[in-house]
Design a protein around this ligand. Sequence first.
Ligand code: ADP
Ligand code: MG
Length: 690
Amino acid sequence: MTLTEPVTSLKGVGPRIADRLQALDIRSVQDLLFHLPRRYEDRTRITAIGSLHPGQHAVIDAEVELADIKYGRRRSLLVRVSDGTGFLTVRLFHFSNSQLSAFSRGSRFRFFGEVRQGSATCEMVHPEYDLLLVDEPAELEDRLTPVYPATEGVSQLLLRRYSDQALAQLDTTNLPELIPESLLSDWTFPGLSDAVRFVHRPPVGEDFAELEAGHHPAQQRLAFEELLAHHLSLKVVRNRSKDKQAPVLPEDCRLCRQFETALPFKLTNAQARVVKEIAADLAHGHPMMRLIQGDVGSGKTVVAALAALQTVANDYQVAIMAPTELLAEQHYQNFQSWLEPLGLHVGWLSGKVKGKARVACLTGVSEGTAQVVIGTHALFQEDVVFHRLGLIIIDEQHRFGVHQRLALRDKGAENQWVPHQLIMTATPIPRTLAMTFYADLDHSIIDELPPGRTPVQTVAVVDSRRDEVIQRVKHACAEGSQTYWVCALIEQSDVLQCQAAEDVAVMLTQGLPELTVGLVHGRMKAKEKSAIMADFKAGGIDLLVATTVIEVGVDVPNASLMIIENAERLGLAQLHQLRGRVGRGSKQSSCVLMYQGPLSVIARKRLDVMRNTNDGFEVAREDLELRGPGEVLGTRQTGDIQFKIADLTRDSGMLDDVERVATCLLVDYPQHISPLIQRWLGTADRYGHV
Ligand code: ADP
Ligand code: MG
């Protein structure tokens, strides 16, 4: 038997079980070896009841004192047991008559379960148990017990049985080492097969805390390889896309120069640098896949416009996609005002564009009379056919995952070439995440804000001091500034959130009769929303009450004060986005984070981060530290990548080496790449096709 044989070659695995194992991505014997435990239980020793503490998982040997059915809110069987050092109650909510009679007074059992604090004694709810026979000594486990990710119809017990068989095969066949030893010489890792064996069945005496924390060298060896496999999978995507053809769009662009001359400002050095990087990419026949990271307000839109112009100047079309209607519309207005004077036509397509307007737009897109088309996801619906799409620009990328990105590009692909892709994000991505989630992209960073901006001053104020905050708004508006008042969610429900914003608007209108108060929220019609925003921008509204819909893309330089309610409930990235709406003019701007006290330690830390820095990269780094990568990127993206053993926060120190090893493998050991990816990511098609 070899490790590549299907699981059905194992004892006890028939087609039905094999089917269920597939749900866990387990198809071969080797897959079982790479199906790694999530955690461990220590069933290697018996704990005296007297020394148990709540929260602990423990094995106890005890004698039944009394078994009784209790009829409370829920019928339950309570079994009082003792081992001479104390009493414990075993509680079963589901039980049969035979179970009831088995727990007869004086019979002895071994229980394993989590200890909880009951009303009088410690309890175990539905522990695993075995009857202890007098003349048959029950053996304890001599290894820690692994707990695997399981699925319906495949219990821990079965997974342990199957992995036992798979591990037995490791005694005769080693797993192929795909990372040459010389590349790992800086680390004190065990060999791969030893690491796998260890992680499945750690021997007694290993430091349990070290294991639980994932710091054991065997775990680290596997985590390293897993990170490497993920990194490589993205590199492969990227290299394959380099083999494809994209339109060659030479740099020398009269339209670009015309546009730059007409701008009321000069590009910052950072903008100019990134514009150059993009221009060079477009001039090559390989598809550009570039991510621009730039803090809110760093001026990404102008950079995108220059890329668009270079494309249009070469007779290709540009599609610009934003995640929300509001942001897309803001881009539409900007691009219209910039490009129409140059004689270009800009199309607008959102889900809400219907009927004749839609037909007209679609015709413009398919005939190529609309050189630039702006919209939401609607841009990539089936009936949208481009004449000659040369460049796709995606704003606020962090909402889309790798595979959505590829799907989008395929949409624009035609015959033998694919369009260039430019992705802009205002949520700076810490390097650790970038390497793991965005290694298929080239990166450009706009690390400079346009001149004349003064950093936003941020303060945190407890909700009970609301009156002072209102006075502050009054002051600011009296001096000619405008203010945002953001109502962040208390309720998950959209309806209630909008209700809250409406209530606040009423309260503020009454409290500040001398001001014009406007309201914008997610349940308003798109037209109403943009009318209010336009009014605010024109200065017709002093104080704009909003739900978090204003998070992205709104640009009103005269707004210099922002109040955020329930700030403690928002993520740091979102707070930073919101705050980026002020501080766009030359005036000193402020942001007041109102919170409901008392704050938890973490909440306090988060607000402190916001008070202490205006730097989006710093905010992102702290966010990662406080919340972990899953939360930071959102489920959409982490749904793409689930690690079996690696942990980006814990293992971030490995990433430099992972990158180094990946580069070596790509150059010197190309034949190891796909077995490595397959070992960790399975045969999932999504990584195969580009
Ligand atoms: P973001 O990077 O957040 O998308 P925008 O592109 O919306 O930022 O730019 C924010 C504001 O800065 C806009 O009003 C834009 O016109 C202005 N801006 C962009 N570049 C410069 C520059 N080099 N000098 C002065 N203002 C600029
Ligand atoms: Mg923007």
